[in-house]
Design a binder for this molecule. Structure first.
Ligand SMILES: CC(C)(COP(=O)(O)OP(=O)(O)OC[C@H]1O[C@@H](n2cnc3c(N)ncnc32)[C@H](O)[C@@H]1OP(=O)(O)O)[C@@H](O)C(=O)NCCC(=O)NCCS
Length: 208
């Protein structure tokens, strides 16, 4: 396994998928990230603090999302406007485990027209074809159907419910977990509605 000390930060590559551009964050993205931080769905489904400030957004678009050996953070751009963020993150030894986790959030104005499904497709393709990953995992707080749909739309499968898996703001959150491997089809597997209904998710957390 690669010595972590030998790993170099990975420059954030520019990608494009059907009108959705993935690129490095810039300081000009701070206002959009500040507005996104106040959105109720972002507050409900991510660890974004309730009092999210412009200074926090500035920290995010400069230091947190810059080139790293353990993560690639892209800004998502639609119609020339910054619309969200997506990342492939690994666990402390660069990408040498051959695996990463995908995470994302979109501004409210850009939702509901397939933007995140396309952004996930671009990030996943880069992970498998350029980083040489074997496996990408997706995890969300249980009940986050919008996030499930963006993962399901790219072939993520083996959807599993796991109690108290993810760190929340003030407690551990029950979670959904799914996986996509490099040699598997990157298109929906089965019906998303049935996949949720047939998962082990307790009825009250299915989000339907
Ligand atoms: C989850 C999120 C990224 C989805 O982004 P999006 O660009 O709207 O997603 P898409 O349009 O690609 O969604 C794919 C499909 O799911 C549908 N969908 C989106 N949100 C949905 C919801 N809450 N419930 C049911 N279906 C939903 C879309 O209509 C689309 O359906 P279609 O393929 O039949 O047209 C966005 O809602 C968001 O940023 N939410 C808040 C932050 C968050 O939850 N991040 C993920 C944390 S794990």
């Amino acid at each position: 396994m690669t010595n972590p000390a030998d790993l170099e930060p990975i420059p954030v590559p520019r990608l494009e998928r059907d009108g959705v551009v993935l690129r490095a964050h810039t300081i000009d993205d701070a206002d959009e990230v500040t507005r996104r931080g106040a959105d109720p769905l972002v507050q409900r489904w991510t660890t974004t603090p309730a009092n999210y400030t412009r200074d926090m957004a500035l920290e995010f678009v400069t230091r947190m999302t810059g080139p790293s050996r353990d993560a690639i953070w892209w800004a998502i751009e639609v119609d020339g406007r910054m619309a969200g963020s997506i990342d492939l993150t690994t666990w402390g030894r660069g990408f040498s485990y051959g695996a990463a986790s995908v995470g994302f959030a979109l501004s409210p104005w850009a939702r509901g027209r397939g933007v995140m499904t396309r952004a996930v497709a671009a990030a996943v393709e880069y992970g498998f074809d350029s980083l040489g990953l074997d496996t990408i995992i997706w995890e969300a707080y249980a009940g986050n159907v919008g996030s499930w749909r963006a993962a399901w739309g790219n072939g993520f499968h083996e959807f599993t419910y796991i109690s108290s898996l993810l760190v929340g703001k003030d407690r551990l959150e029950d979670a959904w977990h799914a996986v996509l491997r490099a040699d598997e089809p990157r298109e929906p597997q089965g019906d998303w509605h049935l996949a949720i209904e047939n998962s082990t998710t307790p009825r009250h957390q299915r989000g339907l």
